[in-house]
Design a protein around this ligand. Structure first.
Ligand code: HEM
Ligand code: HEM
Length: 461
């Protein structure tokens, strides 16, 4: 077996793991959406909304997205450095440890073990496993980069390095905690400092997991699958440095109108607005790459995944900064609007780019065309419709919810009770559940199509 075969085996291992955790995470998401319409579904403690919600967010962020990032990173690394993976045995060990860790994480969250810090809910023994896994990944990334045979560092490698470094720094600093026993710990920070560190982590997790590596995939797989070189390498580098610089300061936009000092909130807000420019640097670069070749949207089944994916990223990075503005955040914070924002990014941008990259890699590794372009198109339309219905419905729900919370009678008393606001959400939650099913159907088609593409070839007679 050559080093290249070993690398391909690891890429496929992480790809299949990502698909598995995607299906699990989405089924939990559907159950959550159903619980909001039929609260009776909360019939056992381990099925309670509060427990399942973290299984959904962790399962999809760490199980699906991070496995997808590992798969695509190993693939891009070998191609862009023209060198085999530095330590394939370590990567194989990482694959096994990763799946064990995600399974244990899901079980511990089902069991109610939770630090109560969003996206950092895992208790300290699992945090240590996460750090070990990340070090294994970093050793392979840096080791392969050091041994690279291609001198030029393509933009995707820069985004990959940013992902490795940022996740390491923010994860460790936010998870510093004092263990009480094996399943319980308390944060090393107190009060407002704890909140500040938590959201500094939270927003950079969005940056380092849902943005940097996904942009790395976009910059690599869009030109590879269309045969069109990226419009401007210089623009991508400018966008990269300004994006990584800007991201680090924005966490406080999650804490507007809290006891956090006002100047920190203002810094978070100012940098949020600043982020529009570098984000759109990549969006524009993507659009210009296709200029004069828009017919690829029809002739190449993957192009539309990348174009729609980067478009949702573009919309997300205008919506995010504007909802950080004080006037808007005072209206939208805590409403369904934010859940709509989250899912345009995750279901539109992140999942579209990861799935398109996986089609490309799997077909190349299997040495054949994708099993069915028709099914890939069906997958695309189902997830597009599901996502749009999901997010637009929740934005409208957020506007209604915010208006009901703020409405006052002439004497200054509240026009609606909190329960009136909850009751008004039911129609929106029903539509969201339906949208979730549409989206899930698209992902089921994707999983089938990918497995059929990856299946071993029958031996030649
Ligand atoms: C310029 C870029 C962005 C900015 C400035 C931004 C801004 C914001 C703001 C202000 C919130 C808080 C809303 C509230 O609670 O009132 C938020 C929430 C969130 N955003 Fe973005 N956003 C950006 C891009 C993205 C992207 C690309 C994703 C990828 C999926 C994303 C995912 C999230 C998530 C998951 C939350 C919910 C956090 C929570 O649990 O409360 N954002 N964003
Ligand atoms: C079938 C598709 C999906 C359904 C039905 C679904 C459902 C849900 C539900 C019901 C919530 C809780 C909302 C609330 O607390 O009011 C939620 C939250 C969340 N979901 Fe999903 N989801 C889906 C897809 C995804 C995907 C693909 C990702 C990531 C890759 C994702 C990431 C998240 C995150 C990060 C949150 C937390 C949002 C916040 O705290 O602001 N979801 N989802």
């Amino acid at each position: 077996m050559t080093n290249g075969d070993r690398g391909n085996g690891i890429v496929m291992g992480f790809t299949l793991s990502a698909i598995f955790w995607l299906i699990v995470g989405l089924l939990v998401g559907l159950w959550l959406a159903a619980e909001m319409v039929f609260p009776a579904l909360n019939f056992a403690p381990w099925l309670a909304f509060g427990r399942l919600r973290v299984v959904h967010t962790n399962g999809l962020t760490y199980g699906f997205a991070v496995a997808g990032i590992f798969a695509c990173s190993f693939y891009m690394l070998e191609k862009l450095t023209r060198a085999p993976l530095a330590f394939p045995a370590l990567a194989r060990l990482q694959l096994w440890l990763f799946n064990i860790a995600i399974a244990l994480a899901a079980l511990s969250l089902f069991a109610g073990m939770n630090t109560s810090k969003e996206y950092a809910e895992l208790e300290w023994p699992l945090d240590i496993v996460v750090v070990v896994l990340w070090v294994m990944f970093a050793v392979n990334v840096m080791g392969t980069l050091i041994r690279r045979r291609e001198k030029q560092m393509y933009i995707s490698l820069w985004f990959l390095i940013a992902c490795v470094v940022t996740v390491a720094v923010v994860y460790i600093l936010n998870n510093l905690e004092v263990p009480v026993n094996l399943t319980k710990s308390y944060s090393a920070y107190a009060g407002v400092n704890d909140a500040n560190v938590q959201w500094w982590f939270g927003h950079n997790a969005v940056g380092a997991v849902f943005t940097f590596p996904i942009l790395a995939m976009f910059y690599y797989f869009l030109p590879r699958s269309t045969g069109l070189p990226i419009y401007s390498h210089r623009l991508s580098i400018i966008a990269f440095w300004s994006l990584v610089f800007g991201y680090l300061w924005t966490g406080a936009h999650h804490l507007m109108f809290t006891p956090l000092p006002e100047w920190i909130q203002t810094v978070g807000l100012a940098f949020s607005i600043f982020l529009i420019a570098p984000s759109w640097g990549s969006v524009v670069n993507g659009y210009y790459t296709l200029s004069g070749n828009w017919d690829k949207m029809k002739s190449n089944y993957l192009t539309k995944f990348f174009v729609f994916g980067i478009t949702f990223y573009g919309l997300q990075t205008v919506q995010g900064p504007t909802q950080a503005l004080r006037t808007l955040t005072s209206y939208f914070h805590y409403t369904e609007w934010v859940i709509g924002h989250v899912h345009m990014g995750t279901m539109g941008w992140v999942t579209m780019i990861i799935s398109a990259s996986m089609y490309f890699m799997t077909a190349k590794i299997a040495g054949r065309e994708v099993h069915s372009e028709k099914l890939a198109n069906l997958h695309f339309w189902l997830i597009l419709l599901g996502q749009l219905l999901f997010t637009v419905t929740l934005w409208i729900a957020g506007i209604v919810q915010g208006a009901m919370w703020k409405a006052v009678n002439p004497d200054g008393s509240l026009m609606y009770s909190f329960l009136d606001g909850v009751a008004a959400m039911y129609p929106f939650w029903e539509i969201r559940l339906f949208a979730g099913f549409l989206y899930f159907a698209g992902i089921a088609v994707f999983a089938y199509n990918l497995l059929m593409t990856a299946r071993p070839r029958p031996l030649a007679t």
